[in-house]
Design a protein around this ligand. Structure first.
Ligand code: HEC
Ligand code: HEC
Length: 162
């Protein structure tokens, strides 16, 4: 039953994509979640308000790993200082709001993918495009796309009229 998933289930799956994806990839939650990561969160506009501390941290680590960056790429804080000194609720860094747009974009694409592929679990994540880089590649790199093999010896070569 490829198209048998109720729309409601799809919608809610999309709503928690960031959480479930991050969780699946970062393993068990830490035993002690730092206070700054726990609800009530001060400035969530896209992620669920009631997201737990471990889920939020897992999602954030997933963002950082997917882009190959540290927390300070999106958040106000000083590298090397304890995370408790960071102002995670601040929107002063433009990358934070770009990331919000990216979360919305991923949700939208994931809402459409199952109908396109016919597979209920088709999805993309930040990593699908970013692959550890701030700037996703728009064309294959030479290493990723080796030149086509040479034709076998004796094969006829196309020649232009001359
Ligand atoms: C690629 C950008 C990005 C990176 C990297 C990132 N975050 Fe975030 N973070 C966000 C966004 C976007 C939000 C707000 C989500 C929303 O509006 O629902 C957020 C929100 C938070 C919040 C909630 C703040 C509040 O009270 O509103 C905490 C805590 C947090 N991040 C911690 C971290 C930590 C710790 C790291 C490093 C492991 C990290 N983040 C890395 C983008 C990022
Ligand atoms: C469909 C592909 C795609 C997906 C999925 C995707 N991104 Fe992006 N992202 C891009 C592209 C393309 C850019 C522009 C990169 C550039 O300027 O070279 C970008 C840029 C960004 C930037 C700004 C980086 C910079 O240096 O200017 C942030 C932050 C970001 N993405 C976060 C995220 C997060 C977080 C996710 C997952 C929620 C995500 N992206 C998922 C394609 C994607």
């Amino acid at each position: 039953m490829k198209f048998g998933i109720p729309q409601v289930a799809l919608a809610s799956a999309a709503a928690i994509f960031a959480v479930s994806v991050a969780f699946a990839q970062t393993g068990a939650p830490p035993a002690n979640t730092p206070a700054f990561a726990n609800p009530p969160h001060k400035n969530l506009k896209v992620l669920p308000q009631d997201i737990t501390g471990p889920q939020l941290l897992g999602t954030m680590k997933f963002f950082a790993q997917s882009l190959g960056v540290r927390c300070t790429f999106c958040h106000v804080g000083t590298e090397g200082q304890p995370l408790s000194t960071y102002d995670f609720a601040s929107d002063a860094k433009p990358n934070k709001d770009i990331a919000r747009g990216m979360i919305r974009m991923v949700k939208e694409i994931n809402g459409n993918l199952p109908a396109i592929t016919g597979e209920a679990d088709s999805k993309i994540t930040c990593f699908t495009c970013h692959r550890g880089s701030q700037h996703p590649a728009t064309a294959p790199t030479p290493a990723a796309a080796p030149a086509p093999a040479a034709p076998p010896a004796g094969a006829r070569q196309e020649r232009g009229a001359a």
